[in-house]
Design a binder for this molecule. Structure first.
Ligand code: SAH
Length: 455
C-alpha cells in the first residue's frame, strides 16, 4: 500500500498528474469537503468551541492537517476561523502534512492565493494565509513536523480521509499444523513405558496461529491477443494475496499487541487487519496534546518543563465503530471499485479505519489524553448546527435560482444521510482526542454544549 500510494516512483498520490488530480468528477473519488463547504466550516467551528472550552489561550495555537488533498477543508476552516478574531489571532501557524508534491502546490494556491509571496524552506513551503496574517507551512511526513516538546503549544489536529490511506497488515488464524499433531503423539520406549513428549526445535504451539496475507505476483490469466481489449488487459490484476506458509515477524508481533485480537485467534478462519502506521500517527497526535508524562512524581524527558495537556484532534474517516476491520482493502478508480491489485500506482487504495485501535493507541501513548467517539458523521454534523448553516446559505441565493438552492441542500443531504450502503452520514465516523479530564466534559458534536465566551 505504501509503495502504491506514496512511493516517489509512480505512487498514486506522489505522481503529479498533468490534467486533473485524484478528486472530483474527473478524478477517482469525491470527499466531503469537495461536496459541501459546510463540512469544513463546521470542522472549523468545532475547533473554535474546543479553544473556548480550554480557556481561550491567547498564543501558541497550532492548526495541523494531515493529508489535506486539494486544501479545500483547511480553506473552509480558515475562512470560518477568520470571523472569530480573537481565536484567529492566537494561531501561530498552520501546518500541512502532505506526501504529494503536486497536491502541496495546489494547497499553496488555494490557501495563500497566487499573489502572496511564498518561500521555499528546508521542509517544504511557507506562505501567508489569504484570510488573516498567519504563516502556512508544509512538511511531507509526520517525522518532519516540529515537535515543540515542553513548550506550551495548543495543537488542533484534523485528519480527514487520511488514516484510510495508511498501510495495513492482514492476518488469518489457521488451525495447528499436522506437524504439531505428530510431535504430540505419545512416545513409548522399548520396555513399554510412556516417555515425556520430546522437546524438538520445530515444536509447534498447540493453539491456532496467525498467518499473514502477503502480496505476490499473479499469473496472467489473459494472454494479450489481438482479440483482447486494452481494458481487459489493464483490468487483469498483476498481483494477488496468498497466505504466508509460516509465521512472519509481523504475524508474531502485531496481533499480540492488543487483547482484542486474542479471542479471534482461537477460531481458525478469523481475519483481522492491523495498521501500525495508523497507531504511530495517532500516538504522535496524543503526545502532542497530552504530553509524554503528566504524572507529577515522574520527571519529564530531559527535565523539560512539563506541557499541560491542551489542544484536540479530530479524526473523520470510514470504518466500523467497534469491530476489527476484515477484508477491507479496496481499489477505486474513476468512482468505481476495482481490484486493489490492478494497475499499481494508478488506482487509489484504502482500507477501513479501526477506530477502537486508534483510541487504544492514543491512550497508550499519553496518559494526558481521553478519547470521545466514534460517532456517526450524520449526527455529528447535525449537532454542530449544519442545518442552520444550510438554511442561511440558501437564503443568500437569488430567489429565482432554484437550481443552486437544490445543489446546496442536496450536497448537505449527501453528507448526513444514513440510507443505502454508501450513506455517508452513517459509514463515516468522527473520533476526538482531548486533554484528559475524567470524561466530564463532552465536546460539541459528541453530546456536549458550547461554553459561551467572548471570541
Ligand atoms: N483530506 C482530503 C484528502 C484525502 S485523500 C479530503 O478530504 O479531500 C488522502 C490525502 O493524504 C492526500 O492528500 C494524500 O496525498 C495524503 N497522504 C496519503 N498518505 C500520506 C502520508 N503517509 N503522509 C502524508 N500525506 C499522505
Amino acid at each position: 500500500m505504501r509503495q502504491c500510494l506514496t512511493s516517489t516512483q509512480g505512487g498514486y498520490y506522489t505522481t503529479t498528474r498533468k490534467k486533473s488530480d485524484q478528486f472530483g468528477r474527473k478524478g477517482d473519488f469525491i470527499t466531503s469537503p469537495e461536496i459541501s463547504q459546510v463540512f469544513g466550516e463546521l470542522v472549523g467551528i468545532w475547533f473554535v468551541t474546543e479553544w473556548m472550552a480550554q480557556g481561550k489561550k491567547s498564543n501558541g495555537v497550532q492548526l495541523i492537517e494531515f493529508g489535506p488533498g486539494r486544501g479545500t477543508l483547511m480553506d473552509d476552516m480558515l475562512r470560518t476561523i477568520a470571523t472569530f478574531k480573537v481565536f484567529a489571532k492566537s494561531i501561530e501557524g498552520v501546518y500541512l502534512v502532505e506526501a504529494s508534491e503536486g497536491l502541496r502546490e495546489s494547497q499553496k494556491r488555494v490557501l495563500c492565493g497566487n499573489e502572496k509571496e511564498t518561500i521555499k524552506t528546508e521542509v517544504g513551503w511557507r506562505c501567508v494565509s489569504k484570510y488573516f496574517d498567519v504563516p502556512v507551512m508544509w512538511v511531507e511526513d509526520i517525522n518532519l513536523l516540529p515537535k515543540d516538546e515542553g513548550k506550551e503549544k495548543m495543537p488542533f489536529i484534523i485528519a480527514h480521509e487520511f488514516f484510510d490511506a495508511l498501510p495495513i497488515h492482514a492476518f488469518e488464524s489457521v488451525a495447528p499444523s499436522p506437524a504439531h499433531q505428530e510431535s504430540t503423539t505419545q512416545l513409548i520406549d522399548p520396555t513399554g513405558k510412556t516417555l515425556p513428549p520430546r522437546e524438538s526445535s520445530t515444536k509447534v504451539n498447540p493453539t491456532p496461529q496467525w498467518r499473514e496475507l502477503l502480496v505476490t505476483t499473479a499469473p496472467k490469466r489473459i494472454t494479450p491477443s489481438r482479440l483482447s481489449t486494452q481494458k481487459e488487459i489493464e483490468s487483469t490484476p498483476d498481483f494477488q494475496l496468498v497466505h504466508s506458509k509460516s509465521s512472519t515477524p509481523t504475524s508474531l508481533l502485531l496481533p499480540e499487541s492488543s487483547p482484542r485480537y486474542q479471542a479471534l485467534k482461537l477460531h481458525p478462519g478469523s481475519s483481522i487487519e492491523i495498521s501500525p502506521d495508523s497507531s504511530r500517527h495517532i500516538a504522535d497526535f496524543a503526545r502532542r496534546i497530552g504530553g509524554t508524562s503528566t504524572i507529577p512524581s515522574q520527571p519529564s524527558p530531559n527535565n523539560a518543563p512539563r506541557k499541560p495537556p491542551s489542544g484536540a484532534a479530530l479524526i473523520i474517516d470510514y470504518g466500523p465503530s467497534s469491530t476489527i476491520p476484515v477484508n477491507s482493502l479496496r481499489g477505486i478508480k474513476s468512482h468505481a471499485r476495482v481490484s486493489p491489485f490492478s494497475e499499481p500506482g494508478l488506482v487509489d487504495l484504502s482500507a477501513d479505519v479501526d477506530f477502537t485501535a486508534l483510541a487504544e493507541a492514543a491512550c497508550n501513548a499519553s496518559p494526558g489524553v481521553e478519547v470521545w467517539g466514534p460517532v456517526e458523521q450524520g449526527g455529528f454534523l447535525r449537532e454542530m448546527g449544519g442545518e442552520m448553516r444550510v438554511r442561511q446559505l440558501v437564503k443568500g441565493v437569488k430567489i429565482e435560482d432554484e437550481e443552486k438552492k437544490k445543489v446546496i441542500e442536496g450536497a448537505w443531504r449527501r453528507l448526513v444521510e444514513k440510507g443505502g450502503p454508501q450513506g455517508m452520514g452513517r459509514i463515516y465516523k468522527v473520533l476526538a482526542v482531548l486533554p484528559e479530564g475524567g470524561g466530564r466534559r463532552a465536546p460539541v458534536g459528541f453530546g456536549g454544549g458550547v461554553l459561551v465566551g467572548d471570541v
